[in-house]
Design a protein around this ligand. Sequence first.
Ligand code: APR
Length: 255
Amino acid sequence: MADCGSVSLEENILKAAAVLRKADWVTAFTGAGMSVESGIPPFRGPDGIWNKYDSRLLELPYFDANPEKCWVTIKEIFYDFFGRAQPNPGHRVLAEMEAAGKLKALITQNIDDLHTRAGNKTVYEFHGNSRLLLCRRCGRKSSAASTDFGRLPPRCAFCKDEILKPDFVFFGEAIPFEALSNSRFAAGRTDCMIVIGTSGEVYPAAGMPPLAAQSGAHIIEINPYESAYTNSITEIYLPLPAGDVLPKIWDLAKA
Ligand code: APR
């Protein structure tokens, strides 16, 4: 049960820092809230992407039936808009924690590449990423950065007429095998998982924090609003924006 009612936020920040200081094998599990301070909206909630756009554009049957229409919106959300975003102080702290040997794995549901751009190396991209585009006919992947989005939908340079799909996971698609098995290993191995900016509603990704909790890991949750975890597996709840609180707990933990 989250420890947030009886103790002050300041005490919880100190507790989180103490847990981090002691832990040998820390994992971070991140969702869309991690990138909110980089200007990327979350998926759910009043200002969420799925409140503004039709989420069917990431369902394969709908995408295949309406590739041009879907690609216009996919380009707008995931390439024009996400493409301009920069890592925020929260991303940078996670990179610092990995460089210091504290953070051993970073499981992210995000496809925005901001963890890698901040400097994290051990990043398990549970839902793939937007860097690459996939040809489902020949299996080749090409860089989104070198793709001409002036003509939509983009097509495979080798299979000419084949429409490319972003190499991130659409609703109902399988999770990339390596990301799934590495994430499961990290969740089972970690002695502290920091769960940051996720509603905990989308499975199988949402199953990673419970797996860590079952394996005996401390669960620190950072999210201004309560999630599916807050009153179940969260041990220390920090209801603050990630970019504010991550630098604070890391400064205290490394001191
Ligand atoms: N810092 C931390 N958390 C924040 C912040 C912030 N500054 N701002 C918002 N949040 C929290 C919200 O309170 C919410 O709980 O981030 C969470 C975002 O939740 P979702 O929008 O549901 O995003 P996520 O959990 O990552 O969604 C999972 O759903 O549509 C799919 O594939 C997509 O990977 C995504 C998956």
